[in-house]
Write a protein that binds this ligand. Structure first.
Ligand SMILES: C[S@@+](CC[C@H](N)C(=O)[O-])C[C@H]1O[C@@H](n2cnc3c(N)ncnc32)[C@H](O)[C@@H]1O
Length: 221
């Protein structure tokens, strides 16, 4: 039996009623993006004319936080949900072409070798394994040589959630990322521990809050 979720209005309303409003933008997103930039060390690269891509961005709240850092020439977010993309465009006033309906398995509007930082949070666990593989092939296609990827996935560290199709272990995801030709960065977790950015008011950083649920991978092409 398929548990494939539909990411349209019902999904949005269900998540919002459970406290996860994808159209909410605030301090959490701003802090999270600072943490991602610190962990990927993207600020150590020459950032002129750099392009950022968020895959599975929902309404683009994280995309907006990346945009507001003003360190990228262009920020693009893609999501397969027409409802979430329309809501994000209405709520956050993105410019044409910034938040678009696009599937991670095709990414038709994203050019080859065009992305400097690719971010993808909580998408892979919702894809079938074959779509996850095709998505990694697409990452390879759109990322520039020397660019950086940051993926955040719920793995089997967490209790199985019925709506999630592909619950693999951290080790299996690491092998998969390498198999698709990327080089995993070794210091990701060390940097996450050091990153002094806080999702709430309790002085616990993202590592302390989320490491039991998330597996985080950074890699280069
Ligand atoms: C759990 S939400 C995560 C949203 C956001 N990245 C975050 O971390 O808050 C999963 C998102 O992936 C999107 N999605 C699912 N399958 C997709 C696909 N094949 N291509 C692009 N987006 C997809 C859904 O519409 C949904 O917005």
């Amino acid at each position: 039996m398929s548990h494939k979720p539909k990411f349209e209005k019902d999904y949005y309303e269900r998540c919002a009623s459970e406290g996860m409003d994808y159209a909410y933008y605030g301090n959490w997103q701003k802090q999270y993006v600072k943490m991602v930039i610190f962990v990927t060390q993207i600020y150590m690269n020459d950032l002129s004319n750099k392009v950022f891509l968020d895959v599975g961005t929902a309404c683009g709240a994280t995309l907006l936080a990346f945009k507001e850092t003003k360190i990228f020439e262009k920020c693009i977010g893609i999501d397969t949900s027409e409802f979430l993309v329309a809501l994000g465009n209405e709520k956050f006033n993105f410019k044409k072409g910034e938040l678009i309906v696009e599937n991670s398995t095709t990414m038709e509007s994203i050019k080859d070798n065009s992305i400097d930082l690719l971010h993808c949070s909580q998408l892979f666990e919702y894809l079938s394994e074959s779509d996850a593989n095709i998505t990694l092939e697409q990452f390879k296609r759109v990322m520039k040589t020397g660019s950086i990827g940051f993926i955040n996935i719920s793995t089997i560290k967490e209790k199985q959630n019925k709506s999630q199709l592909t619950m693999l272990s951290e080790k299996v995801w690491k092998e998969k990322i390498k198999e698709y030709g990327f080089t995993l960065k070794k210091d990701t977790i060390k940097l996450m521990k050091q990153a002094a950015f806080f999702p709430g008011n309790d002085k616990r950083n993202f590592y302390e809050h989320y490491i039991d649920d998330w597996s985080v991978f950074t890699f280069t092409k």
